[in-house]
Design a protein around this ligand. Structure first.
Ligand SMILES: [Zn+2]
Length: 490
């Protein structure tokens, strides 16, 4: 879109939205509270297009709909979103998965005949992880707003993205812009458990409803420090989750006569060795570019070692320093193994015949579990120990291209919007729905465009999860700009 047309569209859009949302705005607290750190380049509330304020209301309503998975109950959230779309004159369709679990899809068409290879998919999941309410200082499902934050389970993961996607999608509709590609809105279910209502099943049953060449999803971040955006990490690849059972077998018997082949002891020794093990370092292109981009932003010491990760003489030492400095960096460079569950025994006075542990493994894309298990078998070196691959392992997907038009648009817009902050490609250590999309030739990128401090990232899946409102409204505006620039005709 050329500049004049863009200005026209945005002006028209702002006017429309402003008129439509005055009553709602009156109910909302200001997006920026007193004493709240305001991210660099965040527009003052008066300048914030009111669509972002509407989106705050949607986010609050979505947090109040409890979609804890299991059981999920995403259908209630899907109905809520469908009603909002309908008010805008956008029809949507429920994609039923299992009883009570439904995804929702809607489409803005560019032409009578769809070209899926050009289409842009905006995707977010409606389910959330559970809470331990005794650890929260507020009700996790009331969307309490205080000191400039909206508190609640899902405020970040992933209802923030859901509300932002909805806003960008509606902005495009209200602007009446001519589209050069279809834009598809998809609210998914069962992301947190990946079961019968997950994106995998959704793709198997309904792919033609949302087939696209490009997608924007969760998984990337706008990293805020001391009120300034340090960098923007755009997720273009992710590690592959695999669970492996470690099984120790021995002779059962009376606990008053201990034996050397006690399964509990053999399991404990094996787990201790695995816990101390570091898999070899492999660099993917994305991880290499991530560290290259990050090095100048870190302090001199860390920056120096980041630049030396590949050096033949001191690479190994550099890898150790960087691994020790941050568990995320460690996991980005190698297959990671976290023992997560232990079980053994039936009575306090019986030596059990079997003891089991679960290893949650995150493979680098390209590495295989078979090769890792060969190494672990050698490491443990105990004929009483066996490894057993558990079902539902993730599948390695090819990375999304760093040369695509969409990646270029994201880079251009976020650089402008966040004061020239560098854009780094990111390989997430956790899994998102994007891997399944990439396996279907979608150039999928992860970016939650609200700037967040480390302190807020840590609350994801944790207690007192919260969204800074100033960051959210900024994120909505950035997302709207990315989608408009990519999909509206110039
Ligand atoms: Zn999520």
């Amino acid at each position: 879109m050329n500049r004049m047309r863009m200005i026209k569209v945005l002006t028209c859009l702002a006017g429309l939205i402003f008129a439509a949302t005055l009553p709602l705005m009156a109910q909302l607290p200001p997006a920026v509270g007193p004493g709240l750190p305001v991210p660099a380049n965040t527009p003052k509330p008066a300048e914030t297009p009111s669509l972002a304020n509407e989106a705050v209301g949607w986010l609050a309503d979505l947090v109040r709909i409890n979609t804890t998975n299991p059981p999920g109950n995403e259908q209630v959230a899907a109905k809520y979103v469908a009603r909002i779309l309908l008010k805008e004159g956008i029809p949507s369709e429920y994609l039923d998965l299992t009883p009570g679990r439904t995804a929702l899809v809607a489409r803005l068409r560019s032409s009578a005949v769809a070209d899926p290879s050009r289409a842009l998919l905006l995707v977010a999941h409606m389910d959330v992880v559970g809470v331990d309410p005794t650890k929260w200082t507020v009700d996790p499902f009331s969307a309490v707003m205080k000191s400039g934050y909206l508190y609640g389970r899902g405020a970040l993961d992933d209802k923030g993205m859901l509300a932002a996607n909805l806003a960008a999608f509606i902005a495009l509709k209200r602007s009446k812009a001519r589209l050069n590609r279809d834009v598809i809105f998809l609210a998914t279910a069962d992301e947190e458990q990946g079961g019968d209502a997950s994106i995998k099943i959704l793709i198997a049953k309904y792919w033609n409803k949302f087939a696209a060449g490009y997608a924007l999803n969760e998984g990337g971040e706008v990293f805020l420090k001391n009120g300034k955006v340090q960098y923007v990490a755009v997720q273009a690849s992710e590690k592959v989750a695999v669970n492996v059972a470690v099984i120790a077998r021995g002779t059962s018997g009376h606990a008053s006569r201990p034996t050397k082949d006690n399964a509990v002891v053999h399991l404990a020794e094996a787990v201790a060795k695995i816990g101390a093990y570091s898999a070899p370092v492999h660099f993917t292109t994305i991880v290499r570019r991530y560290f290259e981009g990050l090095a100048p932003l870190e302090d001199d010491e860390i920056g120096k070692w980041m630049r030396s990760l590949d050096a033949p003489d001191r690479g190994e030492h550099a890898q150790r320093v960087i691994s020790d400095a941050n568990p995320l960096w460690n996991s980005m460079m190698r297959d990671s193994i976290a023992p997560t569950m232990l079980s053994a025994g039936v009575r306090v006075n019986v030596i059990p015949a079997e003891a089991r542990a679960n290893l949650n493994i995150r493979l680098l894309p390209g590495d295989t579990i078979d090769a890792l298990l060969v190494d672990l078998t050698k490491l443990v070196n105990d004929p009483q120990i066996h490894f057993e691959l558990q079902p539902d392992a993730g599948l390695a997907a090819p990375p999304s291209s760093l040369e695509s038009d969409f990646y270029a648009t994201i880079t251009r817009v976020v650089t402008q919007e966040f004061g020239g902050a560098p854009v780094l490609p990111f390989q997430s250590t956790g899994a998102t729905d994007s891997a399944q999309l990439r396996l279907h030739n979608v150039q999928a990128y992860g970016l939650m465009p609200a700037p967040l401090e480390e302190e807020d990232f840590r609350r994801m899946h944790g207690d007192d999860e919260r969204m800074p409102l100033a960051s959210f409204t900024k994120g909505v505006n950035v997302l709207t700009k990315i989608v408009t620039e990519f999909a509206a005709s110039k």
